[in-house]
Design a protein around this ligand. Structure first.
Ligand code: FAD
Length: 371
């Protein structure tokens, strides 16, 4: 049964909160986003924007891979709808990707990966020699690569800005700079209080609080092991895109944006909630990019930044409610894939609110699974 018109608070205005708000308001709900800082001001605005379920899941086809793939396949329609509603353009490039290896011994791992990924409809293939050189002439010669034509990327900061504008178009109320927000009630109804003492009431709340989501553990009485993993990135400037594909190696990735920025990422370090960059982190990325792309040898990165990925203990996001707190929906812990997972997460959350069974099996993502 569809219950049109529930009042819903979305806590957190990153890519996940904005996407959930957009889907919920588009289905007729009355949605408010409460953001303690600025929408897109944390991980979502720092991301490289790759939509790469095959390259990010090289081991086996679990529920997480299926969720990632489902989300990738929603992107063509989803991004077109975000552009239409926002009236804003943002880069969505169906570039394909190359996952390069440099040693003969790595070839069997590539073949194993293709043998389980192909039944999911990918046209990925192993390329080597002149075919590889033709695909990406600027790359240091690798032994071979998996070429995956379906993987794509967006310009994450522009995508998030467009999501925010699309939310405004469909009537989402957005409140930013609210500082600390306390969840005062979530039993009979939901009540949130900001630091100025103002209350916000709703029928349900969706927690999209990214790397800060671990703090809900005490309130709900079960462990929520979400913690920040800092990702540092550096970027080189150019007049136009210099790479044709997203390039992955075992040490990191490189991707050219339409505005000419060539992004190389990313570190994975534990630094609490610090979003500073370090010499060590950036030097490693510089060394990787110059080794992989010899044309960068004499150039220096022009931009460096960092963001906090919301990691979980098992690497899977938290999606859904716990039986004791049905008014609280978790949508957090998307770690390295929140940009990719934004359309699928939005669909899952909107289905839960509407009382529809989500199309995908969500058991592995239960928010209370760490009890
Ligand atoms: C360097 C880097 C590169 C990445 N590259 C990619 C990539 O290529 N592809 C990909 O798919 N993903 C990538 N990611 C991961 C992706 O950025 C994240 O998974 C995604 O942004 C998470 O979105 P989110 O909305 O959950 O979190 P965030 O964007 O961090 O948003 C959470 C929001 O909640 C707010 N908040 C927190 N607590 C509260 C509270 N109590 N009340 C109100 N508001 C609150 C915060 O201020 C913040 O704005 C990358 C991440 C990093 C750091």
């Amino acid at each position: 049964m569809t219950i049109v018109g529930e009042r819903i608070i979305v806590l957190g205005g990153g890519v996940i909160g904005l996407s959930c708000a957009l889907a919920l308001a588009s289905r007729g709900h009355d949605v408010s986003i409460l953001e303690k800082g600025s929408c897109g001001g944390q991980a979502s605005g720092a991301a490289a924007g790759m939509l790469a379920p095959f390259s990010e899941n090289p081991e086996y086809p679990d529920g997480f891979f299926r969720l990632c793939l489902d989300s990738l396949r929603r992107y063509p329609r989803w991004q077109a709808e975000v552009k239409r509603l926002s009236g804003m353009d943002f880069e969505y490039t169906e570039s394909g990707s190359l996952y390069a290896v440099y040693h003969e011994a790595d070839l069997s791992a590539l073949s194993a990966r293709l043998s389980w990924q192909r039944p999911f409809g990918t046209e990925a293939d192993i390329v080597e020699g002149s075919r590889l050189e033709q695909l990406e002439p600027q790359m240091q010669q690798a032994r071979a690569a998996v070429y995956c034509p379906e993987e794509s990327h967006v310009h994450a900061p522009d995508y998030v800005r467009a999501l925010k504008a699309a939310c405004c178009t469909v009537g989402v109320e957005i409140r930013e700079q609210l500082q600390e927000l306390a969840l005062a009630d979530w039993t009979a109804g939901v009540r949130v209080q900001d630091s100025a003492g103002q209350s916000y009431e709703a029928d349900r709340i969706v927690l999209c609080t990214g790397a800060w989501s671990g703090s809900w553990s005490e309130l709900f009485g079960f462990p929520i092991p979400v913690y920040p993993i800092r990702g540092q990135i550096c970027a080189y400037s150019a007049e136009q895109a210099e790479l044709r594909h997203i390039l992955f190696t075992s040490q990191g990735y490189m991707v050219s944006k339409a505005n000419g920025m060539l992004v190389c990422g990313a570190s994975e370090d534990i630094a609490g909630f610090a979003t500073s960059v370090t010499d060590k982190g950036i030097h490693r990325l510089e060394a990787l990019s110059k080794r992989t792309l010899p044309f960068l040898k004499e150039r220096q990165p022009t931009l460096k930044w960092a963001g906090l990925r919301p990691a979980t203990q098992d690497g899977y996001p938290l999606l859904g409610s716990s039986p004791e707190h049905p008014r609280v929906i978790f949508a957090c812990g998307h770690y390295r894939n929140g940009i990719l997972l934004s359309p699928a997460t939005a669909a899952v959350v909107a289905d839960i609110v509407d009382g529809r069974k989500p199309e995908l099996e969500l058991d592995a993502f239960r928010p209370d699974r760490f009890r």
